[in-house]
Design a binder for this molecule. Structure first.
Ligand SMILES: Cc1cc2nc3c(=O)[nH]c(=O)nc-3n(C[C@H](O)[C@H](O)[C@H](O)COP(=O)(O)OP(=O)(O)OC[C@H]3O[C@@H](n4cnc5c(N)ncnc54)[C@H](O)[C@@H]3O)c2cc1C
Length: 404
């Protein structure tokens, strides 16, 4: 089963986006990966995505990337197509981008040269560690602390940094080769007292062995930092600039979460159509019933509404990056932020509805373990929670609308 790509004719896309669609669909359709063990499957997907050249869309061209800058529309197309075929393929791709995004945005030339080409090749697996047990939606409430050790450096230069605290729900936890970790460097300064660090998986004092099992395949772990020692060169971006960096990184990838949801929804719709056409009852096919036609019509409209919001959000961001207007103009920034929030909220919520309708149309087969709509029903759920739950997106949109 292959996705329809006619929507790439929409004016949101440019020639390079249209050119990548056919080879990407052909590549994804040809891949068969044993996904019985999500961690092994994830490693395998990273390797294949690297070999196939698709991870090059996760980093800029200067470091082995496919395009001069991270391109939101390319990320959306990739995630939508990969999610249609395999949620784990999408996950493996997305985490290479999200996990290295802060290095792309704020890394030193040395950090970028060390990590980004390896991410693009699939030689290093990346992760993004922001959430904590008592700081999820309210990420600024984090308690993980980073202390600079002034005693070990020469001429006042810090030699070591010690991290203490707990991060949880970390995708690729225990699998990643490095983590972009956000920690307090000034406990009293709230979100203005957070700094980012690159922590290699073998850093002394880091324990990533506590895996978290969730309802759909998704490698996750809790990270415990106990006097975890990293060199001063591991600081990522400016001191106390970590929260802004985390938000800027999430900002790039928010529309791509919507892209993944869209891929799930398109797959559910395709499964529903195929099933309705062949399932016979009462002397005709399920598709012959008007009630089925109405449901398919509703599903198609939900998918299209999500697609238009998703593509608009990605396009707005790419246009802003191309004109170097990424944050200066407050009105443009609010427009992009609201567009991304609408896309993330609508695409994930609509996908859940579309998948539920597709499952219903399958009758008993819909809940049989192993059928595609059954796994999609589980796969979509977390997307309504991570990278800003639906309620958080509603607040972003609602507050902006009320401000006028
Ligand atoms: C599968 C998965 C993968 C993840 N991967 C990562 C990762 O790689 N890195 C990382 O750092 N984190 C990751 N997370 C964590 C994720 O970002 C958090 O789960 C999310 O931010 C919500 O935080 P929480 O779970 O603590 O829920 P809480 O913050 O406790 O929120 C609970 C619920 O409260 C509601 N809510 C939130 N804010 C408001 C509000 N203002 N008003 C009303 N209701 C509200 C929402 O419904 C929300 O779901 C992942 C989570 C999951 C489930």
């Amino acid at each position: 089963m292959a996705p329809d790509t006619t929507h790439l004719a929409l004016p949101f896309f440019d020639a390079p986006h249209r050119a990548m669609a056919a080879p990407l669909v052909a590549w994804a359709t040809a891949q068969q990966v044993d996904e019985s063990d999500d961690r092994q499957a994830c490693r395998e997907w990273v390797r294949r995505l690297g070999d196939g050249g698709w991870l090059r869309y996760c980093v800029p061209a200067a470091f082995g990337g496919a395009l001069p800058q991270l391109d939101s529309r390319a990320l959306v197309i990739l995630r939508e197509t990969l999610a249609f075929h395999s949620p784990l393929a999408d996950f493996a791709f997305a985490m290479q981008g999200l996990g290295s995004g802060a290095i792309t945005l704020a890394g030193t030339p040395e950090q970028q040269a060390h990590y980004l080409p390896a991410v693009a090749r699939g030689d290093k697996i990346a992760a993004f560690a922001l959430s904590e047990p008592d700081a999820g939606s309210d990420a600024g409430a984090m308690q993980t602390i980073a202390n600079f050790d002034h005693s070990t450096g020469a001429e006042g230069k810090n030699d070591s940094i010690f991290l203490n605290g707990t991060k949880t729900w970390i995708s690729n936890g225990g699998l990643a080769d490095f983590y972009c970790v956000f920690a307090k460097t000034d406990m009293a300064a709230g979100t203005r007292g957070i700094t980012a660090f690159i922590v290699d998986a073998d850093a002394p004092g880091l324990d990533a062995s506590e895996h978290i099992a969730v309802m759909a395949p998704h490698p996750l772990a809790t990270l415990r930092f106990t006097q975890c020692k990293v060199p001063a060169g591991a600081q990522l971006g400016p001191l106390h600039g970590g929260f802004k960096l985390a938000m800027q990184t999430l900002d790039i990838f928010r529309a791509s979460v919507a892209g993944a949801a869209l891929g799930f929804a398109r797959r559910a719709l395709a499964e529903a159509v195929a099933h309705a056409r062949q399932r016979r009852m009462f002397g005709q096919t399920l598709a012959d019933f008007q009630l089925t036609q109405a449901k398919i019509g509703e599903m198609a409209a939900l998918v299209d509404a999500a697609a238009l919001l998703t593509y608009r959000a990605a396009w707005l961001r790419d246009v802003a990056v191309a004109s170097s207007d990424t944050s200066q103009n407050a009105n443009a920034w609010r427009e992009r932020s609201v567009a991304a929030a609408m896309a993330k909220m609508t695409a994930t919520e609509n996908a859940q509805r579309v998948i539920d309708m597709a499952l219903q149309m399958h009758g008993g087969l819909g809940v049989k373990v192993g059928t595609r709509v059954e796994s999609l029903y589980r796969d979509i759920r977390a997307l309504r929670i991570y990278e800003g739950a639906t309620e958080v997106q509603q607040l972003i949109i609602g507050k902006t609308v009320l401000q006028g």
